[in-house]
Design a protein around this ligand. Structure first.
Ligand code: HEC
Ligand code: HEC
Length: 274
């Protein structure tokens, strides 16, 4: 388990260095510190982390889903997914996963501190992919995961014991987008529950478990050399990109999100028929 203590220990050590440097020129800086600086005297005492990517060992997707659900309840969606992968790898591999301050990922909550941009579960998954895979493989896994998320009815995960709301059957929806806003609001429309309800929170906890599980299935496939992208960009979005993205006649957009989750071309006067 990544404990809060080990997180604070690491940042404490970083602050201590900054403080040590500041103190050489100025007295009294120490009074602004809220925690006493640990007695780290030389760089040798720091933990040296290996270069990325870190060693990956195949994980049990269902176990990681459980950890994802629990993590969500502890510190939200992005932390839920990211911490689940790191903790499961810590159980199997130990160092350096034991040293990662996973609380860093809390910022992704609610699509980055409530801005409802990128779904936090997807944000955490992308960070985990970059922790364990080289860039090209990580990008392939992330593309696949994001496409799957856009078009799959979620949540699928059923916890052993529901923590926020126990509905049966649990309402599912298709996000049609990797954005927290669309994902949450589409679910609210389907289910009739409010965006700040316990039921919506339960839904995001289960979705966090789903994303963690799917990510591990993809990482395992990469480890086995059996990875195949099963969710390519949908045809409609690909056709829009044909005129609007890199190398196209207009080249005035970028992105792989479903264009029609936001634009209705039939409403655009004089738009070419597509
Ligand atoms: C055959 C080429 C082509 C395809 C395919 C295409 N577009 Fe366009 N689109 C255009 C052209 C040309 C314009 C007008 C450009 C201008 O006048 O600035 C345009 C304009 C737009 C605009 C801006 C409209 C405005 O208010 O000015 C949006 C939004 C848009 N397209 C979205 C889409 C979406 C979404 C798709 C896919 C469903 C799509 N386009 C597919 C050629 C295309
Ligand atoms: C999350 C919503 C969203 C998605 C997804 C999205 N767009 Fe947009 N798009 C916008 C917004 C917002 C603007 C800015 C509109 C404005 O300010 O008038 C915009 C602007 C545009 C414009 C310029 C419109 C103009 O006024 O000239 C084009 C063209 C366009 N988008 C095409 C696309 C294409 C193609 C895709 C898919 C690859 C896409 N968009 C995906 C929200 C979105």
């Amino acid at each position: 388990m990544i404990t809060r203590r080990s997180f604070l220990g690491l940042t404490g050590a970083i602050f201590a260095t900054a403080l040590g440097m500041a103190c050489t020129g100025k007295e009294g800086v120490q009074t602004t510190m809220q925690t006493p600086a640990p007695s780290v005297t030389s760089e040798k005492e720091y933990v040296h982390l290996p270069e990325l990517p870190w060693k990956y060992e195949k994980l049990d997707p269902d176990h990681v889903a459980d950890l994802g659900y629990e993590g969500y309840m502890e510190a939200h969606c992005m932390y839920g997914v990211f911490n689940a992968v790191v903790v499961a790898l810590e159980e199997k591999v130990g160092f350096p996963y034991s040293e990662f301050p996973t609380h860093l990922a809390v910022y992704g909550k609610g699509g980055v501190v409530g801005w409802a941009t990128l779904c936090g579960a997807l944000n955490g998954a992308a960070m985990a992919a970059y922790l364990v895979l080289p860039e090209k493989d990580a990008d392939e896994v992330i593309n696949e995961l994001y496409s799957w998320y856009e078009y799959t009815e979620l949540p699928e995960y059923v916890p052993k014991k529901a923590k926020k709301a126990d509905l049966s059957p649990f309402p599912k929806s298709v996000a049609n987008s990797p954005l927290c806003h669309a994902s949450v609001t589409n679910w609210c429309e389907v289910s009739g529950y409010k965006a700040f309800s316990a039921e919506r929170s339960e839904r995001c906890g289960r979705l966090t478990a789903d994303v963690a599980k799917k990510l591990v299935e993809l990482l395992n496939a990469k480890a086995d050399g059996t990875f195949v992208a099963a969710y390519p960009l949908d045809e409609r979005t690909a056709s829009c990109r044909g005129c609007h993205t890199k190398g196209s006649p207009l080249e005035n957009t970028r992105g792989k999100m479903s264009c029609e989750s936001c634009h209705d071309v039939t409403q655009i006067e004089e738009h070419p028929k597509v």
